[in-house]
Design a protein around this ligand. Sequence first.
Ligand SMILES: Nc1nc2c(ncn2[C@@H]2O[C@H](COP(=O)(O)OP(=O)(O)OP(=O)(O)O)[C@@H](O)[C@H]2O)c(=O)[nH]1
Length: 364
Amino acid sequence: MGRSETAAMKAAWHALAGVLPESRLLASVAEFTHHRDIDALDHSMVLSLAELVAVNSVTLCKCGEDPSHPVDSIVVCSRKPGPEGGFVVEAVDPDRDGDAIDTIVCALETSEAISDVTEHGVNRLVIPIQREHAAIGALMLEAEEPLDEVRSMVEGFARIYGNYIALLNESERDKLTGLYNRRSFEQRLQRLLKLHRQRSRPAPGRAEQRHAPETQAQLFLAILDIDHFKRINDTYGHVYGDEVILMLAQQMRASFRQGDVLFRFGGEEFVILLAAPDESAARAVLDRFRQLVAEHAFPQVDHVTVSIGYARISENDYPEIVLDRADKALYFAKQNGRNSVHGYEALSARGELAPVALGSIDLF
Ligand SMILES: Nc1nc2c(ncn2[C@@H]2O[C@H](COP(=O)(O)OP(=O)(O)OP(=O)(O)O)[C@@H](O)[C@H]2O)c(=O)[nH]1
């Protein structure tokens, strides 16, 4: 952790310690920061905060990378009705409408805290979670009593959470390219599937929006591998090899849509999770990228080509099965001239997939 992050942690801690006994705060922060899994961290953080402060609910909203959907995930911890008390934590539809969501989006856009009272007389406090001068999410508390006293404490929680999530996010990234690494693949895939399910499920009163072509998309997994990369390394050296990997990753970021998820799986192998209306559209997107790479002049190395294999992701597929299918299609591309895109379903429908040993990738 850098010096500025340590200072931010200290400031956050003082803000928290001003309101509640240090031992309780310490226990709460220790409880939620022991999680390494981001979903578990989110659940634990809202629960810790709800238990510390007398509130009706604590909501954590996080921004996604897709600007058409400013809120990517929402976790709500709310007080259980009835005499037994306690709280329940649940993930809710990030596309839902409502005054609360509008208020959160407003706090996200302005990066300013909002304190107001709803038309039902509920006190509401929204604190943005900042990371490098941008809001990456927000915490919203709703309570019967005014929340002014706990504001600095909630700001402290938001700062600690923001710092901690940045550390976790860094561990999910490949150091050379900044793309997601292989370790984060399964969790990212599960998250994407969940989001996809939520977006394609018709909601009352929103049926028309849900049936927009974009939300009807299917998911595909593609594996992209640079052709004859060993030759590039051997001819020009590893520094130029790394440069090719880096430039390719930049081209991927620029070419694929923001909702698509990009990974460097290791070496010269990349994985793309993309949404497309159907198989031929997925193929067209991937083939356009293949062509873009083939036409690009890389420094020194000049022309580089890539081979791509892809497969559809169905709701209940195990990740390793889909990876294996895409890998078989990639293997076919490598055996049949490289610089091409092949889909597993089309190849198997044509009976062109000879039985092969498990592909070049190590499954989990
Ligand atoms: N520069 C660089 N090279 C790497 C990196 N990771 C793996 N490599 C090299 O990438 C090469 C991959 O070679 P192969 O798996 O034989 O495949 P290829 O030469 O691309 O041939 P095809 O995939 O069959 O087209 C090896 O020489 C590895 O040493 C990296 O991070 N940087």
